[in-house]
Design a protein around this ligand. Structure first.
Ligand code: GLU
Length: 289
């Protein structure tokens, strides 16, 4: 079979103004799509609509355009896999959840994050701030326990049962072979939340597969999520894309750039007269693609 035509994506969350770190990851994603003669998709990860403000969505698209990004499919231009706003794709996530439920691969969970942290003896403050703590197997119902129905409106967390002890691997386009052991490095993770929203892991895998993305380019902080998403792809019988994780950008004190670093937001740089060409030249000189 001939290789699939390259399809890459930019998947920003409209939680604040984009900063230089996001822009660099997106630049790498766009370059890889361009070098492969592929298609670039823009997906608006506005799942958590309550936290997201519409003005951030507009600002996000405007910042991306200012920096010179061009996408051929997206919320503003449409395309064959529309809608490109996650808030409009709920039916896809719900169908995936129902498939997992029918296959008995998920279970309802009433434990709080605090219960989980206590059970694994982790301190509360700041523990695993950027990652989900490993869910203790003692909290899990026995395999084969009958599942309650999902119901139309979900008000309980649902977790995916991970294949304990199995090593999940992938070959990262930048970092090479990666592996993690299910049940040790990551545990049963959320696929649906009690506020009736899919988890990032579920939505992301469903969309990347549903939009026929062939390579996911994103920050190295998400390598841990990739293992979980690989479990989701398999549980749903979907083909996983390739992955290319990008090094994260630090500020001059060595701290990771975050949306709170207003000084390095694209808005601020633009106001200070920095041009898109200057920013792109910095990224290009790093040779990260
Ligand atoms: N919207 C997610 C984020 O900004 C996307 C992550 C991803 O690329 O999968 O963190």
């Amino acid at each position: 079979m001939p290789p699939l035509a390259y399809r890459g994506r930019l998947a920003p969350s409209p939680t604040g103004h984009l900063h230089l770190g996001h822009a660099r990851t997106f630049w790498i994603a766009a370059e890889r799509a361009r070098q492969a003669g592929g298609t670039l998709v823009l997906r608006n990860d506005d799942l958590d609509a309550i936290r997201f403000r519409l003005d951030f969505v507009d600002a996000m698209l405007e910042d991306l355009r200012w920096l010179g990004f061009q996408w051929s499919e997206g919320p503003d231009v449409g395309g064959p896999y529309a809608p490109y706003n996650q808030s409009g794709r709920r039916a896809h996530y719900r169908a995936a959840l129902e498939q997992l439920h029918a296959a008995g691969l998920i279970f309802p969970c009433t434990r709080s994050r605090r219960d989980v942290l206590e059970a694994i003896g982790a301190p509360h403050e700041g523990a695993g701030a950027d990652d989900e703590p490993v869910y203790p197997s003692s909290f899990r119902p026995p395999a084969g326990s009958p599942l309650p129905p999902l119901g139309d409106k979900i008000s309980i967390n649902w977790r995916l049962r991970v294949p304990d002890g199995e090593t999940i691997t992938f070959d990262d386009g930048r970092y090479g072979p990666q592996s993690a052991v299910a049940g040790r490095d990551f545990g049963d993770f959320l696929v649906w939340r009690k506020d009736d929203l899919p988890s990032y892991q579920l939505a992301c895998a469903v969309d990347d597969a549903g939009m026929a993305i062939t390579e996911v380019v994103r920050g190295a902080d998400l390598i841990k999520s990739t293992f979980r998403q690989l479990v989701v792809y398999r549980a749903l019988g979907l083909t996983a894309p390739k992955f290319f994780h990008c090094p994260l950008m630090n500020d001059d004190r060595g701290e990771r750039l975050a949306k709170r670093h207003d000084a390095l937001s694209l808005r601020t740089l633009r106001e200070r007269g920095v041009t898109p060409a200057e920013i792109r030249a910095i990224f290009a000189a790093e040779k990260l693609t």
